[in-house]
Every structure is written in C-alpha cells, then in structure tokens.
Design a protein around this ligand. Structure first.
Ligand code: SF4
Length: 114
C-alpha cells in the first residue's frame, strides 16, 4: 500500500511539474531520433525510454522537450520517440543495461559517464 501511495504522489508531482516547466524545443535540447535504433533493445542504450523524464500517459511526450518541431536532423515526427535522445536528460540507470555500470546495484549519474 505504501508503494501505491508513493506512485500516486510521484504521478501527481510529475503532472504538477509539467505545468511549471517551459519545455525546450527539440533543437534547443539537441534532440535526435535515431532511425537505426528504432528496432533496438531500448533497455540497452541511452534512449528516451530510459530517461527519468519519460512519461507515457498519452505516448510520445516528455516533461522537458516539446514533442512537436524539428529535431537537429530536420526531422519532424511530432512525438518524442523511444529511440530518440537529447542532451538534457538523466538516464534511469535502474532500467538501463549499461556496460559502464560500476557495480550491479550502484547508481551512476551522467557525470560518472561523461
Ligand atoms: S531523452 Fe530528452 S527528449 Fe527523451 S525523454 Fe529524456 S529528456 Fe525527454
């Protein structure tokens, strides 16, 4: 029950945050969709699916980056794709199967790997 309470609080917090943020354009966030990764295992790379800001209530949305507009490659898909990524995210290392993990349960931050 405590877990459910926490999940509800997180969801409410996320919705609250969405209303406060001025989202970045895809260009400003250096957002790119990688077509070659469209059929990849999205748990093994730095893709939106692993990003802590990824929300999937309606699909194809992000708290930080606008879903419409051109990406840095001039592509306009009107979504934030699971196989895309941008320069302004913190990957979710709990989901990520990253070979750069220090130890199995040790959480890394972007600063650790860049
Ligand atoms: S990688 Fe960027 S665009 Fe994708 S969900 Fe994360 S913050 Fe949003």
């Amino acid at each position: 029950m405590v877990k459910l309470d926490r999940k509800i609080k997180e969801a409410v917090g996320a919705i609250d945050n969405i209303s406060k943020f001025e989202k970045l354009s895809k260009l400003k966030a250096s957002y790119i969709e990688y077509d070659k990764f469209a059929d990849s295992n999205l748990r093994q790379g730095y893709f939106c699916y692993n990003c802590i800001y990824w929300i999937n209530v309606e699909g194809g949305k992000c708290i930080l980056v606008k879903n419409e507009g051109y990406d840095v490659m001039g592509k306009e898909s009107k979504i934030i794709a699971p196989h895309g990524c941008c320069a302004g995210y913190e990957p979710n290392y709990d989901k990520l199967e990253d070979t750069r993990k220090k130890e199995q349960n040790e959480k890394l931050t972007t600063d650790d790997v860049t």
